[in-house]
Design a binder for this molecule. Structure first.
Ligand code: ATP
Length: 365
């Protein structure tokens, strides 16, 4: 299959007074997979449907391998689509369901047969060709829908919450399977999801959307480790956020005084106009120790706290702490196998500490 480079140039979609997608530009490398991620109503589906040709943009252009397809009708875009409600034809067998798109394109029965067999192999359903959808599990039905999307040898694949109907376990194994297949085929793929884990698992690049705009575009690690805004920091994973002001700069880093009284030593400080910042710290960066009369005093990146809640999650435990300044702090610590009891229990007086490199500074707008 030939892979496409997809480019959105200043795409907008206006519904009366509502701007569903607001002047979005984005380049998707050939053979890569991107995830459009964001809360309900942020414009993900509208973006995807404009690429598919199901919705006409109010302004802007869509380019595939530099060809302007903005006004090309859906059936001439050579796009494979897989949506949550994949609606297989119940009265057709698996083979017939997959062959349907080929027949619509006027491909002769004999040629279609070979391509259907190939698609069945791709989605690991070779021995299921004669079955009807009702005789398949949810995951198998979803694979048939995927086979139907792939059999036309599309230049790109569009997925809208493709695994949304599956239960957690199956969903996770299908994520890995779908990603492996996408990489093997080198097929440019754009996926819409509101599930951050799905985006982190599957995509080369994550596009975080908010109110019709692109908030941040980056790899999973960039988005997780260097969120550009409080919105991204709280949307992907869990973050401890400290509101504060830059007290002084030292080299590339400096010191931030948080409103809650904590002092934060940071390694890297972005250049910015105002000194108002938010410092984000991931819970796994925080180490929790018994207080045992330890003197915290004025030291940066150290705070005395009391354990308010403990949640055991198997591999890790979540500790909800309350600092003396009244701020809530969440720390994740890995549990040791074969030990009984957790390191800390509710009511313990503790000291929480973290490295300067774990403080991520976000300028306040
Ligand atoms: P979800 O995760 O809930 O599917 P989304 O991010 O995909 O959300 P869109 O479906 O793209 O969001 O919708 C973006 C905005 O456009 C929403 O405010 C929605 O109400 C609005 N919208 C979508 N379709 C229409 C329409 N046909 N007419 C009017 N408004 C619409």
């Amino acid at each position: 299959m030939k892979s496409a480079e997809v480019r959105l140039e200043n795409i907008s979609k206006q519904y009366h007074r509502l701007t569903a997608v607001d002047n979005v530009s984005l380049k998707i490398e050939p053979g890569s997979m991107i995830a459009l991620l964001g809360p309900s109503g942020c414009g993900k589906t509208t973006c995807l449907r404009m690429i598919a040709g199901l919705i006409r943009p109010t302004s802007g252009g869509i380019f595939v391998n530099n060809a302007d397809i903005t006004h090309v009708p859906v059936h001439r875009r050579n796009i494979g689509m897989l949506f949550q409600n994949y609606a297989l034809f119940p009265h057709l067998t698996v083979e017939e369901n997959i062959a349907f798109g080929l027949e619509m394109r006027g491909i002769k029965k004999a040629a279609a047969k070979a391509r259907v067999a190939e698609a069945l192999t791709l989605v690991q359903l070779s021995s299921f060709g004669g079955r009807y959808p009702a005789q398949l599990s949810g995951g198998q039905q979803q694979r048939v829908a995927l086979g139907r999307a792939l059999v036309i040898e599309p230049a790109m694949l569009l997925l809208d919450e493709p695994l949304g109907a599956l239960d957690k376990g199956l969903r996770e194994s299908m994520q890995v399977e779908l990603r492996a297949l996408q990489q093997r085929l080198g097929l440019t793929t754009i996926m819409v999801t509101h599930d951050q884990d799905e985006a982190l698992t599957m995509a080369d690049k994550i596009v975080v959307m908010r109110a019709g705009n692109l908030e941040q575009v980056g790899s999973a690690t960039e988005i997780y480790q260097r969120p550009v805004s409080k919105f991204v920091a709280s949307f992907i994973g869990v973050s401890n956020m400290f509101e504060g002001a830059v007290e002084r700069r030292e080299g590339a880093g400096g010191l931030v005084a948080a409103k809650s009284g904590i002092r934060l030593q940071v390694d890297s400080m972005p250049s910015m106009a105002s000194s108002d910042v938010t410092v984000s710290i991931r819970p796994e960066a925080i180490t929790v120790e018994k207080a045992n009369g330890l003197e915290v005093a004025d030291r940066p990146n150290v705070v005395a706290a009391r354990v308010e809640q403990v949640i055991y999650r198997g591999f890790i435990s979540h500790y909800y702490l309350r600092t003396q300044g009244g701020q809530q702090l969440i720390a994740f610590e890995q549990n040791q196998l074969h030990t009984t009891g957790l390191r800390h229990t509710v009511g313990d007086e503790v000291v929480a500490r973290w490295d300067a490199s774990s403080n991520h500074v976000i300028p306040n707008p």
